[in-house]
Design a protein around this ligand. Structure first.
Ligand SMILES: [Zn+2]
Length: 118
């Protein structure tokens, strides 16, 4: 349960007192969320090693596919045409891009967090 609450709250996995991301980003202005280098309270490093967040790409892919399937199912329920569903999927995926970026990194960071580390 703490894994899910840590990911949703976006707090440091070690002390849970500060946010991992400095800014939220904005998909309308093409601004990606900015991540802190380390926790300001407990100095837990969020950039653990070079290429650490490469694996977060797979989490982002899974989130995006889940959102696409959800929009597709809603389109089927509303009996939309294929083109309308496609446009809906594109809009939803673009609007949720910064959300997916943040969530995938938080999920990846929390997967590899161990309490006794450092
Ligand atoms: Zn911390």
């Amino acid at each position: 349960m703490s894994y899910i609450s840590n990911v949703i709250s976006g707090c440091c996995p070690n002390c849970k007192k500060t946010k991992v991301f400095e800014t939220n980003g904005n998909p309308f202005l093409f601004r990606m969320p900015k991540m802190n280098q380390e926790c300001k309270v407990c100095n837990y490093s969020f950039h653990r090693e070079t290429g650490f967040y490469f694996g977060a790409m797979y989490m982002s892919y899974a989130l995006t596919v889940a959102e696409m399937v959800a929009v597709f199912v809603i389109g089927l329920i509303l009996s939309l045409s294929f083109l309308q569903m496609f446009i809906g999927v594109v809009i939803v995926v673009l609007l949720l891009s910064t959300f997916n970026y943040k969530m995938s990194r938080l999920m990846w960071l929390n997967i590899f967090y161990k309490k006794d580390e450092e």
